[in-house]
Design a protein around this ligand. Structure first.
Ligand SMILES: Nc1ncnc2c1ncn2[C@@H]1O[C@H](COP(=O)(O)OP(=O)(O)OP(=O)(O)O)[C@@H](O)[C@H]1O
Length: 253
């Protein structure tokens, strides 16, 4: 990677309100190539809105999203979208399609079905699922398996950029840890750039290279998980501490 390579994603002064509800009020954030950034923040802090703005699913009131150094217009976004994978909070599997067709959904547009099935099975194996799962229907799987299938779909095309929306939501702690470790492993092995939004602090510690805290419409804090000084676990910022320690802001530590 060249030292001069622009960030894969740069968010400049993004603002978004819904009526009188000012959700984002000047968010600045960037994600370097190969970096795993996790955005944390309380319920309703605007994490999903921020993700939708980056994906072009919402129009900002102010500010811009810059992709690979170029402000994102519709054409650039369309190109960017061809090389990204997304794990939706709900999993968003197609219930009427067997597992392999879910995983190979994008592959099926690019190659014959037999090849797509082969690639889908290879992708399932990367998330710890055997070929016997390929022909099962999503409704017959446990929540943890469905999440793995959704992850296999997100990585099936080997995208350069991965988005994970609350990847551990709805999972028990052990399955949540397993999914976080899978994500970390995939990101490390592939060198993909990853953006995760979550409020699950355990998964933050597994997945993140860098963390950004969204609060009151802005990035209040950003930094590494661990650092000699000023990391997630040692920075004295009161809002960060309250969030990391899972206590109300006005409660004593
Ligand atoms: N399409 C919309 N119309 C109106 N308000 C919206 C819309 N989308 C989001 N909001 C509001 O924006 C705020 C932020 O929502 P968002 O879903 O981004 O929060 P979040 O940080 O992802 O929360 P959670 O962790 O609970 O998922 C909320 O007050 C929500 O009601």
């Amino acid at each position: 990677m060249s030292a001069a390579a622009p960030p894969v994603i740069e968010i400049r002064g993004l603002a978004k309100s819904f009526g009188a509800n000012k959700v984002l009020d000047g968010v600045d954030l960037s994600v370097a190539r190969g970096e795993s950034l996790v955005v944390i923040g309380g319920s309703g802090s605007g994490k999903s809105v921020l993700l939708r703005l980056v994906l072009g699913l919402e129009i900002p009131d102010r500010g811009e999203v810059v992709l690979h150094g170029t402000p994102a217009d519709a054409r650039l976004r369309a190109r960017f979208m061809q090389d990204f994978g997304m794990l939706f909070q709900s999993g968003a599997l197609f219930d009427s399609l067997p597992v392999w067709r879910n995983v190979g959904f994008r592959l099926l547009r690019e190659m014959p079905a037999a090849k797509a099935r082969e690639r889908a099975i290879a992708s399932l194996s990367r998330v710890g699922l055997g070929p016997e799962v390929a022909d099962r229907m999503p409704a017959d799987l446990s929540g943890g398996m469905r999440k793995r299938v959704a992850l296999a779909r997100a990585i099936a095309t080997d995208p350069a950029v991965l988005f994970f929306d609350e990847p551990t939501a709805g999972l028990d702690p052990q399955r949540a840890t397993a999914i976080s470790q899978l994500i970390r492993g995939i990101v490390s092995q592939t060198g993909a750039t990853a953006v995760t939004i979550t409020h699950d602090m355990r998964s933050v510690r597994t997945i993140a290279d860098r963390v950004a805290l969204l609060d009151s419409g802005r990035i209040r804090w950003q930094g590494p998980v661990q650092a000699p000084a000023g990391g997630l676990d040692s920075d004295p910022d009161p809002v960060l501490r309250a969030f990391v320690e899972g206590r109300p802001l006005d409660a004593a530590p």
